[in-house]
Design a protein around this ligand. Structure first.
Ligand code: GLV
Ligand code: GLV
Length: 326
């Protein structure tokens, strides 16, 4: 069997694969940059199993190029790069890597809030560019997280990990989710979508990208937010209508934004986001820690290994494709 890995994963995991399953023929993308679509399609031809990155679209076209493919294991919690209907039709199993990146992503969410509210990027730039002339009572003033209302959209693992941190910072937390939440701690409240938009000092997005969440933040929703509010996005770029966001930031309808994800990645060279002073832009690094990327690669591999051992992969996305043996 041939296992294709489409990105440069931690060498410790490659080592583990080789020692656990020396029978597998391994093909790993080890070049710099992201594997091209052309190369990916060529590699799909004789692949039985694949570990993919979120940059690889797994769709009808790819599946048509991969007649032997049995399973594709995404090294990401998000799987909007997978066409699940096409995978189901082709009877190809699919998995993701939940849990392991929760803490790293929650940490980056807090970092973005601090970066934007405390204006850390421009303060550091000023120092580096020799513009710091000494401590002044009105120098580099930002706003603090303490006492602010954080509006959390979604209530999955990452959202819950952010709530814990926000409470430690002394924030009040309001949550919008369709599920009914019980036994919420003090200073945490479930609210309506309108209430969340209208009462948050900071809105932070923690939903997967689906047809329902596409452009959830748009002209209409932005106009309901406070002009002093900021938007944080560590989920998927297309949850936000970027054009509408740029317009809101330009016209002062929104005070700022901290973005780790974009509608098009990498961020196009002509994106106006770069020109806005009140935004902090990061290159999709929510899970980018040594610990987490190792754990993600291990989890992606363990899903494959379960399949090879005839066991149900723990993170199966289309459980109906698994013949129920119970
Ligand atoms: C990262 O964005 C992921 O979905 O794992
Ligand atoms: C979503 O998968 C989350 O972990 O919040």
């Amino acid at each position: 069997m041939k296992l294709v890995i489409t990105g440069r994963v931690d060498p410790r995991v490659i080592q583990e694969i080789r020692s656990r399953r020396p029978d597998l023929s391994l093909k790993v993308w080890n070049e710099s940059g992201i594997i091209s679509r052309e190369q990916l399609l060529a590699w799909s031809k004789d692949a039985d199993l694949m570990i993919t990155m979120l940059t690889e679209r797994v769709d009808t076209e790819l599946l048509e190029h991969a007649p032997h493919l049995k399973m594709v294991s995404n090294m990401a919690v998000g799987f909007d790069n997978f066409d699940l209907a096409a995978l189901e039709k082709s009877h190809v199993l699919a998995t993701n890597t939940p849990d392991v990146l929760t803490e790293a992503t929650a940490e980056l969410t807090m970092a973005l809030m601090l970066l934007v509210l405390r204006r850390l990027r421009s303060a550091e730039d000023a120092l580096r560019q020799y513009h710091w002339t000494g401590w002044e009572p009105d120098g580099f003033l930002g706003f603090e997280l303490y006492g602010k209302t954080l509006g959390i959209v979604g209530f999955g693992r990452i959202a819950r990990a952010v709530v814990k941190r926000a409470l430690a910072f002394g924030m009040r937390v309001i949550i919008f989710t369709r599920r009914s939440l019980k036994d919420l701690p003090e200073n945490v409240q479930q609210v309506s979508w309108e209430q969340l938009l209208e009462s948050s000092d900071i809105v932070s997005l923690h939903v997967p990208l689906t047809p329902q969440t596409l452009h959830l933040i748009n002209h209409e929703t932005l106009s309901r937010m406070r002009p002093t509010a900021i938007l944080i996005n560590t989920s998927r770029g297309a949850v936000v209508d970027e054009k509408a966001l740029i317009a809101a930031l330009r016209t002062g309808k929104l005070a700022g934004a901290g973005l780790d994800v974009f509608e098009t990645e990498p961020l196009p060279s002509d994106s106006s986001l770069r020109e806005l002073p009140n935004v902090t832009l990061l290159p999709h690094i929510g899970s980018a820690t040594v610990e987490t990327r190792l754990a993600m690669a291990e989890r992606a591999w363990h899903n494959i290994l379960a399949y090879l051992n005839g066991q149900k992969p723990p993170d199966l996305l289309l459980p109906k494709l698994w013949p129920d043996k119970t």
